[in-house]
Design a protein around this ligand. Structure first.
Ligand code: CUA
Length: 189
């Protein structure tokens, strides 16, 4: 270190500087990785914070509005997409078996009639809470015909562990055939 103005101290200062620089690189690297994860999950899984809050009166769900029993289940929209409406209550989902077409954008609209429940569909990006007074909306697509479990994964009372439903993705053509005969579809037998 012939060019340093303070011989004797230069080695220590160099070491400190080198260590500080490497820690700074680690910290910046971590931030880059975390931001990349947020961007990746946002784009790849369409996982992002809800852009709006939709409220609903949980005491009149069964009497009036979108979530009356005859309106629950799967509906085919004019543009070919599909909307599924579900009500969660202690300790079941209505309908208990949800029928969806594969390879089609599916929007779930879910609300609770009583307490906070969980809403998760295995092998999809859907994993959320369902709160009374709010409508939770999720968009997903089922790649191929398959059966998925839909367990409640938020503790909601003594019957919590028995609260789950099924989602059955079927071939689009088969779905359309069924949709031609009924306004709302489900696979409840
Ligand atoms: Cu509903 Cu746990």
């Amino acid at each position: 270190m012939s060019n340093t103005p303070h011989p004797g101290h230069s080695d220590g200062a160099d070491v400190v500087e080198r260590i500080e620089r490497s820690w700074a690189i680690v910290a910046v690297g971590l931030i880059v990785v975390l931001v990349a994860m947020v961007v990746y999950t946002g784009l790849h899984w369409a996982m992002m914070p809800p852009s709006r809050v939709e409220t609903i009166d949980p005491t009149t769900l069964h009497v009036t509005g979108e979530f009356i029993e005859s309106n629950l289940g799967t509906a085919r929209e004019a543009d070919g997409s599909v909307t599924v409406r579900v009500v969660a209550q202690q300790y079941s989902f209505t309908p208990q078996c949800i029928l969806v077409p594969a390879g089609t954008p599916v929007t779930f609209r879910v609300t609770s009639a009583d307490v906070v429940h969980g809403f998760l569909v295995t092998d999809t990006n859907i994993n959320s809470m369902v709160e009374p007074g709010y409508v939770s909306t999720f968009k997903t697509k089922f790649d191929k015909p398959a059966e998925h479990l839909m367990p409640c994964h938020e503790y909601c009372g003594t019957g919590h562990e028995g609260m789950w439903a099924n989602v059955k993705a079927i071939d689009r053509a088969e779905f359309d055939k069924l949709a031609a005969t009924a306004r709302r579809l489900s696979c409840v037998k």
